[in-house]
Structure formats: structure tokens, C-alpha cells
Design a protein around this ligand. Structure first.
Ligand SMILES: [Zn+2]
Ligand SMILES: [Zn+2]
Length: 383
């Protein structure tokens, strides 16, 4: 314990300076003699500790009153001046150093025992293609912290009024400091979860937490039109709050499973239907699966591979209820891989009588018959 005048130590001329001015003066001195700035400098460390001691007294209105009235003698037995090392200083004034050196959000000191809102929960839900397109109600099971029934959320034994005592690990600061090289890292105290205190008469079921992990079944209504990444918010179905804090929400994130036959683009549903070459050429009526059961569509004669047909209103409804998509049926014209001798003869005959004189095919036939083709083939050989 220093015998120097505490006001002098902090460079304060006005003995009626405000608490805020004292804090500012201390910050200035603490930064000047900070050990990170003055490595291996015992004098600086001494000034650093002295300043902390001065601030410990003048920064506390009660101790300051005693000091103003009786000087150092007034502080006997008040636990002043216990800073053996610079680390002691950091441990005591971490809130000041926190805001001063930039890790402010972690250093507001102990959170205390006011109401705390419950956290939101996320649940990833896989739904089938049909469920996403047509809607569904799905029951899910989550494990979430809910109000402890044994203490009715008070955290104290038998639901009594909780009695709080300072946390034995962090001494009520809610933070602990770890040193790593030059860095001083502040962490939330794990014993008291940053509250600074613990319950002296804790409920044995929830160990003073007031809530406990509970299995809960929840029905989730899936509106038609959801897609992968859609987020459903179930208000109040998250973690329960503490001491009267509001409940968190449950966010259900949708993941639509791929379908063997359908795929989706926007609100339209696509599918590919194989048809025979002859069906494409002569036309036919075929049955197509849809989410609302099989539907018939007419394939006109002369349908080309990849041609698409629309089934209006059989797609996915828009989530904002602005309409409904269509089902688009693309036909895949199947060319037979194996063909009987009789089939071959018939096709050959067909080719000679029908295709030869028509459109693109006729050009190809002509190409094979013309002299140009021979020229180009010779050219290839030279290359
Ligand atoms: Zn309990
Ligand atoms: Zn603690």
C-alpha cells in the first residue's frame, strides 16, 4: 500500500473531481504505464499498480469518502492495495480495460440476475417434394431448455425465492482473464455464466438454472409452395426465458428432397415422359403422372423430341398466394435400339418413299449423292 496521495497519483488537482473525471484520469495513467507498453520496466509497473490502488479508492464513492476524511488511516482493514502484480490489476478492473482496449462487448461486467430472453432455435427439416408442393403437417421432436417444473423456473430449491451470492470463481465480475503472451483474453465465467453470482439454495433438478433440457414434440404446418431454404418461424417455440424473460422462437429451415420423376423450376414442375417414335409420328393420347394423380395429354402427330406440353395449374402454388405454376411435360422420343428384320425392311421402305423428298432429310440424302461429298472426303484424307 502506497503512502502517496491518491489524487496526486492520478494527476488530479481538484479534490472535488467527478467520478467520471477520476475514471478518465485513471485510464490515462493506466495506458501510459501499461505493461504491454513498458515491458521489463519495474518502475512503470510500480506506477501502474499505484494508479490502480488510487483508482480502487477514489473510484469507489464509499472508500473515497473515508479517504477524504481520514486519509490512508481511514482505509485500514478495507482491503485496499492488494495489487501484487499487474495481473491483479487486470483481474480487478477488467471492465475498464475492456472498454479501453476495445473488447467492449465482452466486458460489460457481470450480467446480474434480471430477466433473460430465451435463445432462438433452428431446426433443419427434410420434406418430400410432394409435401413442399402441396403442404403438410409434420411433427418434429426437439430437445430445448424449458422451464424447470420442480422450481417453476425460479432456480431455487422447491421454487423458493432464490438467494444470490457472489460467484466463487470470478468473484462476482462475471469474467475471467486468461493470459496468452502479450494478450489478455477475457472470457465469460463458466461457473456463473457471466452473471457474477450463483444461487445459494439451488434447485437440485436444474442446478439453479431455472430451466432444463426437455424433449418436446411440435407440429409444424408446412404451407404449400415452400422450397429449400424457406424459413418458417414458430413464435415462442424456442428456448424458454429466464426469470420472466420472453421465450425464443423456433426457426424451421426447409430442405426439399429431390424427386425421382419431377423437378422444380420456380413454381413450375417439370418432368420427362418417354414416347415411342411411332407415337410421336402418328400422334397419341398418353397418361402423365402429376402431383394430383394421372392426367391425360394429347400428343399431336409430328411431335418432335424435346417438345413440351403444359398442364395448366398443376405446378406449385406461390408462397405469397399470387398464383400457381404449371406442369411442363417434355417428351423424349425413344428410337428403338433393336429392330427385327421385318421392322428394318419396313423402315427402309418408309425412308425411301417418305423421308427422301422431305425437308432437312432430303438435303442430307442429296449430300450423299452429290460430288461435293467425295471432294470433302478426299480433303480429309490429305489432312
Ligand atoms: Zn429447477
Ligand atoms: Zn463467475
Amino acid at each position: 500500500m502506497t503512502q502517496k496521495d491518491y489524487y496526486e497519483v492520478l494527476g488530479i488537482a481538484d479534490r472535488s473531481a467527478s467520478q467520471d473525471d477520476i475514471k478518465k484520469a485513471y485510464r490515462k495513467i493506466a495506458l501510459q504505464y501499461h505493461p504491454d507498453r513498458n515491458p521489463d520496466n519495474p518502475d512503470a509497473e510500480e506506477r501502474f499498480k499505484e494508479a490502480a490502488e488510487a483508482y480502487d479508492v477514489l473510484g469507489d464513492p464509499e472508500k473515497r469518502k473515508l479517504y477524504d476524511a481520514y486519509g490512508h488511516a481511514g482505509l485500514k482493514g478495507k482491503g485496499v492495495g492488494g495489487f501484487r502484480t499487474a495481473q491483479d490489476v487486470f483481474d480487478t478492473f477488467n471492465d475498464i480495460f475492456g472498454t479501453f482496449f476495445g473488447f467492449s462487448t465482452e466486458s460489460r461486467g457481470a450480467r446480474g440476475f434480471g430477466p433473460e430472453p430465451g435463445a432462438d432455435f433452428r431446426y433443419d427439416l427434410a420434406v418430400s417434394f410432394e409435401q413442399a408442393a402441396r403442404g403438410a403437417e409434420i411433427e418434429i421432436e426437439i430437445v430445448r431448455p424449458d422451464v424447470c417444473e420442480d422450481c417453476r423456473g425460479s432456480g431455487a430449491k422447491d421454487g423458493a425465492q432464490p438467494e444470490f451470492v457472489a460467484c466463487p470463481v470470478c468473484g462476482g465480475r462475471g469474467q475471467v482473464i486468461r493470459t496468452e503472451g502479450f494478450l489478455r483474453i477475457m472470457n465469460t465465467c463458466s461457473r456463473c455464466a457471466g452473471r457474477g453470482g450463483i444461487i445459494a439454495n439451488p434447485c437440485p433438478t436444474c442446478i439453479g438454472e431455472g430451466r432444463i433440457r426437455t424433449n418436446k414434440k411440435i407440429k409444424v404446418k408446412i404451407p404449400p409452395g415452400v422450397d429449400t431454404g424457406s424459413r418458417l418461424r414458430l413464435i415462442g417455440e424456442g428456448e424458454s426465458g429466464l426469470r420472466g424473460g420472453r421465450r425464443g422462437d423456433l426457426f424451421v429451415i426447409i430442405h426439399v428432397q429431390p424427386h425421382d420423376f419431377f423437378y422444380r423450376h420456380g413454381n413450375d414442375i417439370y418432368c420427362r415422359v418417354p414416347i415411342a417414335m411411332v407415337q410421336a409420328a402418328l400422334g397419341d393420347e398418353i397418361e402423365v403422372p402429376t402431383l394430383d394423380g394421372p392426367k391425360k395429354i394429347k400428343i399431336p402427330a409430328g411431335t418432335q423430341p424435346g417438345e413440351a406440353f403444359k398442364l395448366k395449374g398443376l405446378g406449385v402454388p406461390d408462397l405469397r398466394r399470387t398464383g400457381i405454376g404449371d406442369q411442363i411435360v417434355e417428351v423424349e422420343v425413344q428410337i428403338p435400339k433393336k429392330i427385327s428384320e421385318k421392322g428394318r425392311q419396313l423402315l427402309k421402305e418408309f425412308a425411301l418413299t417418305e423421308i427422301k423428298d422431305e425437308g432437312i432429310m432430303s438435303k442430307i440424302w442429296k449430300f450423299f449423292e452429290s460430288d461435293d461429298s467425295k471432294d470433302s472426303r478426299n480433303k480429309e484424307k490429305q489432312d
